[in-house]
Design a protein around this ligand. Structure first.
Ligand SMILES: Nc1ncnc2c1ncn2[C@@H]1O[C@H](COP(=O)(O)OP(=O)(O)OP(=O)(O)O)[C@@H](O)[C@H]1O
Length: 252
């Protein structure tokens, strides 16, 4: 299987002089096409920084990041933005939707910026995605009048508009109750089954247990990983147990 992203010897630090410390400390990571991976670790261990580095959102001080064969660090800001817009999807804990736009307009906004001429097909695509994620009836709804789970579904629709090859999700269920968390994970599962690679940063063992490879971070390093069979809807309790016992073993 081909690799969608390879990060080699990644180093990134924050702070000045004596305060300076490596938040990413010689990290090697690779994600395969269609893979569903997660990253766990203490708060401050570098998980989000890794996600931002791999997606080219933030530059790093050292190392190489290869996305579909292209060296991200050698690209211009415009080229990087283009890759992020057309090949990557982003989902965050709180989807940053605009308050003065309804759900549909929020979902189509980034695509419309790129290609206003195709408005009709963009709207049609958004409607297909809204139906898929179960928010079809909310297209005209003010974003202040939907639940957190529905908002996150809208965020996922927006991320899927460009048919990304990989979705980067930073604590996508962090603000959700356990029912919505499960529903959002069902959705990610479906998206992944259709071939999109997904990298999720999470503190939740139940979320990580749905993925097929969990990378554990400690002090800026990936110190271990756990591989699980692709989730088939069964054995979730046993999977969660495996994840939690690995966390205990690693002191995470
Ligand atoms: N822009 C920044 N400026 C200075 N320090 C930063 C910045 N971004 C992150 N850091 C520091 O880098 C370290 C790692 O942060 P990061 O957000 O990657 O951790 P994390 O594992 O995702 O944490 P959490 O689980 O709390 O989100 C932390 O010590 C954080 O304070």
């Amino acid at each position: 299987m081909d690799k969608v992203i390879i990060g080699e010897s990644i180093v990134k630090s924050f702070g000045e002089a004596a305060e300076k410390h490596n938040v990413l400390d010689d990290v090697f990571v690779e994600i395969f096409e269609g893979e569903f991976v997660s990253v766990m670790g203490h708060s401050g261990s570098g998980k989000s920084t890794l996600l931002f580095a791999l997606s080219g959102m933030d530059d790093v001080e050292f190392g190489k990041i290869t996305f579909e064969g292209r060296n991200l660090r050698a690209l211009s800001e415009n080229e990087l933005a283009d890759i992020r817009r057309t090949k990557m999807g982003f989902v965050f804990q709180n989807p940053s939707l605009l308050k003065n736009l309804n759900i549909l307009d929020n979902i189509i906004l980034p695509s419309m910026r790129d290609n206003r001429k195709n408005a009709a097909s963009i709207i049609q695509k958004a409607r297909v995605l809204m139906k898929k994620v179960g928010i079809a009836e909310l297209e005209n709804r003010d974003i202040a009048k939907v639940s957190g789970g529905q908002l996150q579904r809208a965020g996922i629709c927006r991320a899927l508009m460009s048919n990304p090859n990989i979705i980067f999700a930073d604590e996508p269920t962090g603000a959700l109750n356990s029912k919505s968390t499960q529903e959002i994970m069902d959705l990610f599962f479906e998206i992944n089954t259709e071939g999109t690679a997904i990298m999720i940063v999470t503190h939740d063992a139940k979320v990580a247990a749905r993925t097929e490879r969990i990378m554990f971070m400690l002090d800026g390093k990936i110190v271990n990983e756990l591989k699980l069979p692709k989730f088939d809807g069964t054995d979730i309790d046993r999977r969660v147990e495996e994840v939690t016992s690995k966390m205990l073993e690693l002191g995470i």
